[in-house]
Design a protein around this ligand. Structure first.
Ligand code: L14
Length: 347
């Protein structure tokens, strides 16, 4: 017998880049919804959004908005999550939070369903969705860790502008047009809106995503470092990251160097990843086959290619990992967590 139970679901940040993808993913996956509530700041309240055959009017999010809600998907920024997630939990909702507000909180599971689904069970009302760059890398590293052990990871990212929101996408479009018309480029947003210096992203590369920390790493880099250890339950793992913004719209790409504990081979790693959940192996140098951001865009999988052995360290390997940052990196992973809550009765 199929489970016919349905749920009251709320999406906070419904008009944002991730929020819109969450709504599309809920519809596409036919999530068992009784009533869908769309919430935002007062600025976007009143926006009309289509869901299945219904037009839903976005409401301003308030603590009382979560009355009667079973599952609330949050992606309206960390400071809003800090205020409203406890209010939602107080009213009986389980919050799946897409911001960095709770990820490193010890009482909050940080989950990629293909990697550590059972961690969800221990939730106290909040489950954190990892950072987009972390999700795609860890989805690819987990089967490798399980089979060969893992003691070191060094990653450089090539990140799409949509990670910084819909406004950043507009900034890139405007700058690209200005550049081709021979006009001056206006930079008001990237690398970080709230900071004083802004640099053009069009035809450029910016080695800063999120704010700098005292140790010289950016917060995006530290998120990758700390979240990877937590999700893999491997506090001793050495992780270093360099996160770079590039001028394309969708999908992050990553060059990942990793060192395994047991001797293996490229073909063994390829075979392992070929059968791993959520992974599509696209690795055939003879035919020039490897994933790119453009072909990963709009797809829910994590694509891996360019697997090769380090020339000096016999336990070192390199790979190229690409995934849609708004889907597996955000909306898709969040809805997978919601599906797991329902399927396993972990609400
Ligand atoms: O931590 O600007 O969830 O690309 C993910 C997107 C942080 C910013 C997070 C970006 C955000 C990042």
């Amino acid at each position: 017998m199929s489970n016919t139970k349905t749920y009251n679901v709320a999406v906070l940040g419904a008009t944002g880049a991730v929020g819109q993808k969450i709504i599309e993913t809920l519809e596409m996956k036919n999530f068992p919804i009784k009533q869908l509530k769309l919430l935002s700041s007062s600025r976007s309240a009143g926006t009309k959004i289509k869901f299945n055959d219904e037009i839903i009017i976005v409401e301003e999010a308030k603590p009382e908005s979560f009355e009667g809600v079973d599952i609330a998907l949050f992606s309206a920024g960390g400071s809003i999550s800090k205020v409203l997630a406890p209010e939602a939990v107080k009213r009986g909702a389980v919050v799946i939070d897409n911001t960095s507000a709770y990820r490193m909180d010890e009482s909050v599971p940080l989950v990629i369903p293909e990697v550590n689904e059972t961690d969800i069970q221990a939730h106290n009302g909040i489950i954190a969705n990892p950072n987009c760059s972390t999700i795609q890398m860890v989805t690819a590293l987990k089967p490798i860790q399980d089979k060969y052990g893992l003691n070191r990871v060094i990653v450089s990212t090539y990140q799409a502008v949509s990670g910084a929101g819909a406004e950043a996408v507009e900034e890139l479009k405007d700058q690209a047009q200005a550049f081709l018309a021979g006009e001056d480029l206006h930079a008001e947003l990237l690398p970080v809106k709230s900071e004083s210096n802004h640099y053009p992203i069009a035809f450029n590369a910016l080695p800063q995503i999120d704010v700098f920390q005292d140790n010289g790493y950016t917060f995006e880099e530290m998120k990758m470092i700390n979240e990877t250890k937590k999700i893999l339950h491997h506090a001793e793992l050495s992780v270093a990251a360099t996160c770079v913004r590039l001028p394309f719209f969708t999908s992050h790409a990553e060059s990942v160097y990793f060192e395994v504990e047991e001797d293996t081979s490229v073909s063994s790693i390829q075979a392992t990843l070929k059968h791993a959940p959520g992974i599509v192996l696209k690795d055939n140098p003879q035919k020039q086959e490897y994933p790119t951001p453009l072909d990963a865009a709009g797809k829910s999988d994590v694509f891996v290619g360019r697997i090769r052995k380090d020339l000096d360290d016999h336990k070192g390997y390199h790979m190229w990992v690409v995934s849609d940052n708004l889907l597996k990196g955000a909306a898709w992973n969040s809805v997978q967590i919601a599906e797991s809550l329902v399927k396993n009765n972990w609400l």
